[in-house]
Design a protein around this ligand. Structure first.
Ligand SMILES: Nc1ncnc2c1ncn2[C@@H]1O[C@H](COP(=O)(O)OP(=O)(O)OP(=O)(O)O)[C@@H](O)[C@H]1O
Ligand SMILES: [Mg+2]
Length: 248
């Protein structure tokens, strides 16, 4: 059975998509079969995984409208073992509704095929977060080390708690991942201490350093491991992948 991990943070630009794509590539390079599911109407995960999101094709929008099954829309990426269920531009019209109960089984046919299914979510659409968390085993929160990001965290954890009560009692908040972490600043240290005080130390095992090669790789529509396997942040994505495998 797959581990299904939703990456969520309502703050825009907190590193969700970057983690999803690079973690997928790192897990795949460790011989795990990985599927990324793009549920963000911005289509960034599809775009940086090499999908032409401007093509008029059926993607996750069509799956949610029940026009096809998820198996029919899955594409391979240039990384072996890393597939994507893409989303194409304009697929998410206002007509898409997230009836959680009727859509809850969309991943069922894939659970024996993939070791990990990673779901990318948009910054703001609550219905999408609800749905993604209802079908996941885990939630991970990438977070910039800034006090305003800490503000949003309390709201998000309350939201996760509500999902566990209403839709998915097995859902687990398994990691908060500091992004672009720079251990030298006092401000970042203070925020880390506050997270540890509220959530305990276990939740903060992995951090992703700031590395301009990460942004360059996305610009080039490639995971970092393909674009520059010697880039410093590769170590962080690999450690995160190994940690997730060890905790399966
Ligand atoms: N570790 C890193 N080092 C340097 N740049 C990074 C790192 N992680 C992410 N970035 C850059 O930060 C920006 C925001 O990242 P990303 O798009 O992954 O955030 P997001 O949370 O998915 O945004 P949105 O909420 O809009 O979906 C991107 O330009 C990305 O390349
Ligand atoms: Mg994103």
């Amino acid at each position: 059975m797959s581990k299904i991990i939703t990456f969520a943070n309502r703050k825009g630009g907190s590193g969700k998509t970057t983690i999803v794509v690079n973690l997928a590539a790192s897990l795949a390079s460790l011989n795990k079969k990985v599927l990324v599911v793009d549920l963000d109407p911005q289509c960034h995960a599809s775009y940086i995984s090499g999908v032409n999101t401007y093509e008029r094709k059926m993607g996750m929008g069509a799956v949610l409208k029940k026009q096809c099954t998820i198996s029919e829309i899955i594409c391979k990426t240039e990384v072996k073992n890393f597939d994507i269920a893409p989303l194409y531009q304009k697929e998410f019209g206002s007509s898409i509704s997230f009836n959680i109960e009727s859509h809850k089984t969309i991943l069922d046919q894939l659970k024996s095929e993939y070791d990990y299914i990673l779901i990318d979510t948009p910054p703001s659409i609550e219905e999408i977060h609800k749905f993604a968390m209802a079908i996941s085993t885990d939630v991970m929160i990438p977070m910039l080390m800034h006090f305003l990001a800490m503000e949003g965290m309390a709201q998000l954890t309350r939201f996760i708690f509500e999902i566990t009560k209403q839709h998915n009692p097995d859902l687990k908040l398994s990691a908060i991942i500091p992004i672009s972490y720079n251990r030298q600043t006092n401000h970042e240290q203070m925020i880390l201490k506050e997270i540890e005080r509220v959530f305990g130390t276990e939740i903060l095992k992995n951090k992703i350093r700031s590395d301009i090669k990460v942004a360059e790789a996305s610009w080039n529509k490639q995971p970092l491991i393909v674009y520059n396997p010697k880039a410093p942040a590769i170590k962080d994505f690999t450690l995160l992948a190994k940690d997730i495998i060890a905790n399966k």
